[in-house]
Design a protein around this ligand. Structure first.
Ligand SMILES: Cc1ncc(COP(=O)(O)O)c(C=O)c1O
Length: 388
């Protein structure tokens, strides 16, 4: 008998977000009335020109594509980052994968070895620490205060970096914090990063188009061009174009890093689906009005949700500047997992903040229609106030 290897990497036990969504779905299937505010998934259809391009392409023979995507996709992604973030990347400076998630994971696989450290500001997207652990490396969780808008500060960044630090993860707008970094803060972080030339920087900009501030989005790579060769800028169609299920994401970085990421891609799923790539090209090259239209809808939901959440003094809630989540601090004396369980009993599904390195908080997604969101927020308030 061949012994199976013992698991060596302690994981968090799979996505806690999906676990909560599953519990909500099970209760619904059993006939309970549950408002589900767990998933961070746009509730819109893809732009119509993207769907039509895919339908048309599905009638033709479709074979494998290059692992780093069809040339038209690389060209469209490069044009969009040039247009919207003022950054020029060459064709050998982009890697494509099955969603931003796979690009991030491929990148860690390509660059991390056992014992390396990755600085992850909290609150964080729940996948980063597990991906780092799967590579045998160590997530170094760096808390960011709610009082500072959940943003990483230069002193905290400096203190978190050691001689083992390989990557620093920056995610703005942040999931689940909604934090956006202004230019002054980015400059201050860049100053620290210059003092640590061996650290790479993952700038996860997947929510760049979902923002509620008037300033244009600023990428770290644009404000600190001297750091550009150390940055992997991650983006994709999932959030901006409501195409989560199509699984198309990419990363821009130095050519040597991109070559290593793409080598990993060739040995797992080869490439993301050809049909999805064709749809993504149409989304990127087609009319962009959909971005502003949907932003306005998200903003209206954010404002309506905030108005309800602020009625309770059992919650402290920050105005998210981007993405589509509230991350209120629960001021009751139970922990966040217990609070989320009680809320589920009261008919509203949320995710405990500890899933994002933010114990004491709850995450509510407002990527859902307005009546559902308002009902969910009302139930939450009623339950916290003991009126449920
Ligand atoms: C911060 C962040 N990065 C990356 C991703 C992954 O995006 P994709 O669906 O393109 O894999 C998500 C998805 O929830 C996210 O929230």
């Amino acid at each position: 008998m061949i012994a199976s290897p013992a698991p060596t990497t302690p994981l968090s036990g799979g996505s806690p977000i999906l676990a909560m969504a599953r519990r909500a779905a099970e209760l619904r299937a059993a006939g309970r009335d549950i408002v589900d505010l767990t998933l961070g998934e746009p509730d819109f259809a893809p732009p119509i020109h993207a769907s039509e391009a895919a339908v048309e392409a599905a009638r033709r023979p479709l074979g494998y594509t290059p692992a780093n995507g069809i040339p038209a996709l690389r060209a469209a992604a490069r044009a969009s980052i040039r247009r919207d973030r003022g950054l020029d990347y060459a064709d050998d400076e982009i890697a494509v994968g099955c969603g931003a998630k796979q690009v991030i994971f491929n990148t860690f696989l390509a660059t991390l070895k056992a014992g390396d450290e990755v600085v992850i500001p909290a609150p964080y997207w729940a996948s980063y620490p597990d991906m780092v652990r799967l590579c045998g490396a160590v997530p170094v969780i760096t808390p960011c205060a709610m009082e500072d808008g959940f943003r990483l500060g230069p002193a905290a960044l400096d203190a978190a970096i050691t001689e083992r630090t390989r990557w620093i993860v920056l995610n703005a707008p942040g999931n689940p914090s909604g934090a956006v970094y202004d230019q002054a803060r980015l400059r201050a972080l860049a100053d620290v990063l210059r003092r640590h030339p061996d650290c790479l920087i993952m700038s996860d900009e997947i929510y760049a188009y979902i923002r509620y501030t008037d300033e244009p989005y600023t990428s770290l790579a644009a404000i600190a061009p001297d750091l550009r060769h150390r940055i992997l800028l991650v983006d994709g169609v999932s959030k901006a174009y409501a195409m989560t299920g199509w699984r198309v994401g990419w990363g821009f970085g130095s050519a040597p890093l991109i070559t290593r990421i793409t080598a990993i891609q060739t040995q797992n799923c080869t490439q993301t689906a050809a049909l999805s790539q064709i749809a993504a090209v149409a989304a990127l090259n087609g009319p962009q009005d959909v971005l502003a239209e949907r932003n306005a809808i998200y903003r209206a939901r954010r404002d309506a949700g905030l108005e309800i959440l602020r009625r309770s003094d059992r919650l402290a809630v920050l105005v998210p500047d981007g993405a589509f989540y509230f991350l209120p601090r629960s001021l009751s004396d139970v922990d966040d997992a217990t609070a989320a369980d009680a809320l589920l009993d009261a008919g509203v599904a949320t995710v405990p903040g500890s899933a994002f390195g933010s114990p004491g908080h709850l995450r509510l997604s407002f990527a859902t229609d307005l009546p559902t969101l308002e009902e969910g927020c009302r139930r939450l308030i009623a339950a916290l106030e003991g009126r449920a």
